[in-house]
Design a protein around this ligand. Sequence first.
Ligand code: GLN
Length: 448
Amino acid sequence: MSTIQERDTFNAFHEYWDLENERQSETLQGMTLAVKDNIVTKTGTTTCGSKMLEGYKSPFNATVIDRLEDAGVVLVGKTNCDEFAMGSSTEHCAWGPVLNPWDRTRVPGGSSGGSAAAVAARLCQGALGSDTGGSIRQPAAFCGVVGYKPTYGLVSRYGLVAFASSLDQIGTFTTTVQDAANLVEIMAGFDELDSTCREEPAPALSKNLHDSIEGLRIGIPSQYTGSQNDPAINAAITSAINTYRELGATIIEIDLPLTEVGISTYYVLAPAECSSNLARYDGIRYGHRTDKPCKDLFELYSNTRAEGFGTEVKRRIMLGTYVLSSGYYDAYYNNALKTRRLICQEYHIAFEQCDVILGPTTPSVAFKIGEKADPLSMYLCDIYTANTNIAGICGISIPCGFSEAEGKQLPIGLHLQGSWYDDARLLRAAQMFQTATDFHTKVPECAQ
Ligand code: GLN
């Protein structure tokens, strides 16, 4: 864990290095940071947007919180999210929906919508989120900010309330790639409290961030730019590809045919894991407990869970219980695990041909509150992001343009994916784009 002492030394090195290179860098000292309400903090409550955890106060901090506070970051509050991080719009939380600062009739994306909106509205300089299938990158795209999901295992999940443990990862919302690198460099590195955390020190992410990458190979999968996307999104992606070409990158066409099975695979694996992880909310140990008189323990469980969980969470628990039940386990869960292996293989082959994979973060811009009433259309929001988590690689969404609707500017996100633990290169590729463009400097009217 980084101590203030170590961090001071590190900062001093940075200032020197930056002066030498005439570059701007910021330290984390005094940086204001909001935290998604599914990451535990001793200060305030941690509710996961659920009645089940209303008023819950954690007796301990998540590892990332301790590390960031040691580095001088100032926590300014907890941010609203879809209940237990299940959703793509931040409409489905016990405390009401979050509005998109670019257009308050639209959603900010989800499930980390509160964090994305807070950074977009410049209420804070950065925010933490969690990304299980796209919950950092999709709201970052909808709100016009940088959303970074590190490689699985780079950042400790200790203190992140579990949704689907093999997919969950903590990451950041910032306005610049530099801030994302600075934050994750402090958050990353081995933590004995998370057995899935890689046993390596944190990689250097902020150093050399501004160096352009000689001979960067960018893979463009044909599956990412079809007619399923808004035309304005495809146009922004074409223009981003041209920017990279002008910067000297080599553009390579690649094939990721398993993109189309990502959502169906995700919606077996994630509910299966959630049905197990959420079994702990039983009304006995902590959280909500029913007031109704109960004749036995089963009735206590059942009333507590019926009252405490919202509709989407119940749907996921039922789906997960079903795919894990004997008789269906092989047909659904085992098959999803096999598909997961194939998706990993597909990325392995792709990363032999290219260094980063480029595409849109989402097929559409921010949609209207209440517009996606059926669960399937909501699930399809993560079509380009779910496979990143299924494989455990790293991904980042950065602002790359705007689409206009009803007189409002709506941000578009550029999605870059990098290979396992190749986060430093992913961030450098993102920084290259940000150095050449000014989309990330645009702010919504409410923040001007
Ligand atoms: N939208 C996806 C879901 O509802 C992803 C959520 C997430 O990444 N936490 O499960």
